[in-house]
Design a protein around this ligand. Sequence first.
Ligand code: ZN
Length: 291
Amino acid sequence: MAPPSEIRNGLSFDIEEWFHILNLPTSPAPDSWSSLRVTVVRNTDRLLEILEANSVHATFFVLGWIARQHPLLVRRIADAGHEIACHGDMHELCYEQGPLRFEEDLRRARGSLGDLVGAPIEGYRAPGFSILAETPWAFEAIARQGFVYDSSIFPAQRQHGGDTGAPVHPHAISLSDGSQLAEFPMTVAGWGPLRFAVAGGGYLRLFPYPVVRWGIRRMNRAGHPGCVYLHPREVDPGHPRVEMPLGRRFRSYVNLASTVPKLTRLLREFRFAPLRDVLRERGLIDAAPRK
Ligand SMILES: [Zn+2]
């Protein structure tokens, strides 16, 4: 087993706009999206600069809609050597879509991304980590659409999604045809059912840096990689706000100014790589990419 400091952790970004906030009646309708202020390009470019300055590569889970709106941005991410993966097409919750719409959404997103990137799209992450114990059909659809890994499991309580019974480290999910799909869950800490996320989104912004560091070190000491996730809007404290109730507003917008300093410290104190590379070095996906 590699010593904790040598373990490569997964670094990921979900590439979507400031208005892609789930489960809110006030979220703008899809037919208005293309008329709203664009922030994803500038904020993703900022992330690319931070990664380049620290010589780190990451996985970018991109929405199909974003790929069609901003093809040059997706090309820039790929040309910088990062992994392009899929965040679905129109940012809908898997358990609300149901099997047919979910698979159609996957197919459309994969098509849009594949047209732009001359490499196989190997990874998928569901919007809102919305694959649950009750939606095992989702893994079958993800594999059928040609993905070799998923990163949608949130092994702690959460508003949309959350599976407190799921393993907390990368593992293989067995499918009905006897094949397997690799899974890279989000990093949680805690004990038994009292698990909480520490290394992404609002959790990373809410907790002081030492808690985030403790959570990832704890995973690494157990021999497992952690997984950090962020969104472009989180590096931009001035981004437009979606109207929402007080509790949601707190979670969505708390400590935005802390994201860049925390991310920069993480990049200096831990080793990171695209999720695909971490899963491959752990033997959870084949050496040769699936076409
Ligand atoms: Zn998302």
